[in-house]
Design a protein around this ligand. Structure first.
Ligand code: NDP
Length: 328
């Protein structure tokens, strides 16, 4: 029997889950839930109902894993514990500093309900976290580096849009190539924030707004831009729509470490992602962990997990025998 998947929250990730489920032979999408009026939410798949979130309890025995696709800022801190009391759930919570408290709230709800929850699944946190842990375990004497981009930062784009006189904006985070090369060479450099990433902004102004004032305000914005080399381009709404509406992203996790009695040998571990679509990649990871959640639940496990707690063999459609024969 196929694993029955529900989607809760239908934004970029919600759509991505639909595509990823289609690729999985062992899964089927059974329903999509939204806080909006379902009549106003059109999904990509035919013959799958869109329901209001208030009806979700009726689906308790009809869904094996609910994939929570709400935003990390305000949706998931509430929704993941709430729905872990009814379903096995997966989320992509990415506020790194708040993961421990989110874990505690979800773990309590899932344990009480006898369900499995997997939180902070995606690429960062997610695949990058896994690679940081593998690399640290293997090279205890070393240094970690994470570079992001080139890709759109939603938070930084929002920060520019809040400036008076700005109509619309997109911000790209770009790793500094020379810093990447220094890390890859095994130099183990101490890098400042400014040396690691630069920021490129594409801004559409309101009529009559002063470009120089807006540019100054962007470049001097504390936390967001003042610690970076920032370039600002002013463009038209049409150009923004045509050239900057994609959702590409990516990055690099690198650990550089030494071994040998006199630390004479250097090793570099590098994991890199170049993603055409951030949400479609993130949801591909979510689907693999949904498969694991179902298996863990079937084994009688309960409570909250992260990607660090789940063995790779649980993620794939392949049997253990096939894995040993082909991927080991
Ligand atoms: P969206 O803003 O597209 O969607 C978030 C929620 O907003 C949806 O679940 C939906 O809920 C609601 N929504 C979406 N579209 C509309 C609309 N037109 N009108 C009103 N409400 C709408 O966010 P994303 O899907 O892009 O991302 C979700 C989260 O995923 C992010 O907050 C981010 O933190 C996380 N993420 C994590 C990654 C990782 O590597 N761990 C990578 C990428 C993202 P509803 O249907 O109930 O209205």
């Amino acid at each position: 029997m196929k694993t029955r998947i529900g989607i809760l929250g239908y934004g970029n990730l919600g759509k991505g889950v639909e595509c990823a489920v289609k690729e999985a032979n062992d899964m089927e999408l059974v329903a999509v839930f939204t806080r909006r009026d379902p009549k106003n939410v059109t999904i990509l798949t035919e013959n799958v109902p869109v329901c209001h979130i208030d009806e979700v309890a009726d689906w308790k025995d009809k869904i094996d894993v609910m994939i929570l696709c709400g935003g990390s800022a305000t949706d998931l801190p509430v929704q993941t514990p709430q729905f872990a009391s009814m379903f096995n759930v997966i989320d992509s919570f990415d506020t790194h500093a708040r993961i421990p408290e989110h874990f505690a709230a979800v773990d309590k709800a899932a344990k009480e309900a006898g369900k499995v929850a997997v939180i902070s699944v995606g690429w960062d946190p997610g695949m990058f976290s896994l690679n940081r842990v593998y690399a640290n375990a293997i090279l205890p004497d070393g240094k970690d580096y994470t570079f992001w981009g080139k890709g759109v930062s939603q938070g930084h784009s929002d920060a520019i849009r809040r400036i008076k006189g700005v109509k619309n904006a997109k911000q790209y985070t770009i790793p500094v190539e020379s810093a990447l090369e220094r890390v890859r060479s095994g130099e183990n450099p101490e890098l400042t924030t400014r040396e690691k990433h630069e920021r490129e902004c594409f801004v559409v102004l309101e009529e009559g707004a002063d470009a120089a004032t807006v540019e100054k305000e962007i470049k001097e914005m504390p936390n967001y831009f003042s610690d970076y080399n920032t370039t600002v381009h002013f463009i038209t709404e049409e150009e923004l729509e045509k050239n900057h509406s994609g959702m590409a992203h990516g990055g690099f996790v690198i650990r550089s470490g030494k071994t040998g009695m006199n630390k004479e040998h250097n090793h570099i571990i590098e994991y890199s992602l170049k993603l055409d679509s951030n949400p479609e990649f993130t949801t591909s990871v979510l689907i693999a962990y949904a498969r694991a959640a179902k298996r863990l639940y079937d084994e009688g496990q309960k409570g909250c997990k992260t990607v660090l707690d789940i063995a790779p063999a649980y993620l794939t459609e392949m049997s253990d025998e096939d894995l040993r024969a082909h991927l080991l």
